[in-house]
Design a binder for this molecule. Structure first.
Ligand code: HEC
Length: 117
């Protein structure tokens, strides 16, 4: 086999290989992930809500969000769908002007309300 053909073959092999590798990177970037629950087995505490939601996304406008008793006045225990705090983030109207809460954050807030009596 003439040397030019061997070189051409080698070149083809290498370029095919890098195509395959690029392909697999792309696949992993679009991998579908299971929804994650934050600490799924632990009861949800107010401190968890503060660090996951209130401190970063609510406190700047709502001083009440640092105070559990004040937050509780906006909650009907056991009923997220009747709780202003939950309804306003679920419908995306809060945080005002900011990105909507993630499903994990919504889940955490919902579980906090469900666990209240
Ligand atoms: C940029 C300012 C801003 C941010 C950030 C913000 N809010 Fe509000 N929020 C407002 C304003 C202004 C109102 C009153 C107008 C209205 O009801 O739409 C309001 C009203 C509310 C109400 C109804 C009134 C009440 O006190 O019960 C709730 C509940 C609420 N916000 C929850 C939240 C939560 C939870 C977050 C964080 C995830 C948040 N907000 C982030 C500005 C903000």
């Amino acid at each position: 086999m003439p040397i030019t053909q061997i070189l051409a073959l080698l070149f083809l092999t290498f370029s095919l290989q890098s195509c395959l590798e690029a392909g697999s990177d792309e696949a992993s970037a679009f991998q579908i992930r299971e929804p994650v629950q934050i600490n799924p087995t632990e009861p949800v505490t107010f401190a968890m809500l503060q660090s996951a939601i209130f401190d970063n996304q609510c406190m700047a406008c709502h001083a009440w969000s640092v105070n559990e008793a004040a937050v509780r006045t906006r909650i009907v225990p056991g009923q997220p769908e009747s709780s202003r705090v939950y309804l306003r983030v679920e419908d995306g109207s809060m945080p005002m002007g900011g990105p909507e809460l993630t499903l994990e954050q919504l889940d955490l807030l919902r579980r906090y309300i469900m666990e209240l009596e």
